[in-house]
Design a binder for this molecule. Sequence first.
Ligand SMILES: [Zn+2]
Length: 137
Amino acid sequence: MTSEIVIVKRSEIGLGLFALIDIPKGTKIIQYTGERIRKDDTERHKGRYLFTLNDKWTIDGKSRTNLARYANHSCRPNAETITTVNKIWIVAKRKIKAGEEITYNYGKTYFNQFIKPNGCKCVKCKSVKLQPVTSKC
Ligand SMILES: [Zn+2]
């Protein structure tokens, strides 16, 4: 699965999204796509791929055609998400080199719900694993 600038492949913690080419800072890498659902309806659409668009709408990005869902969480990410009127983009926070995994910070709510229980496996957290657990995730 590829777009022009990213590819989905195996990372250390499952599938991840990787840069195929050097991506300049500020580039809109990929759009987070999916079914648009009313926020009141998110109870029925449970899952890890819900992404808040605005006060009214949430995007359910569970479809495998949504390549953006493969971008993993990192506490020291190289990308971030930017929400425009009705679109969510993953944007390069800094220059990303070809072959690098693209990551962004999933935010506190997701982190506490899905990542914290098993421990964060991002590069930053793994590198401080041997120290007392005081990660500032
Ligand atoms: Zn982490």
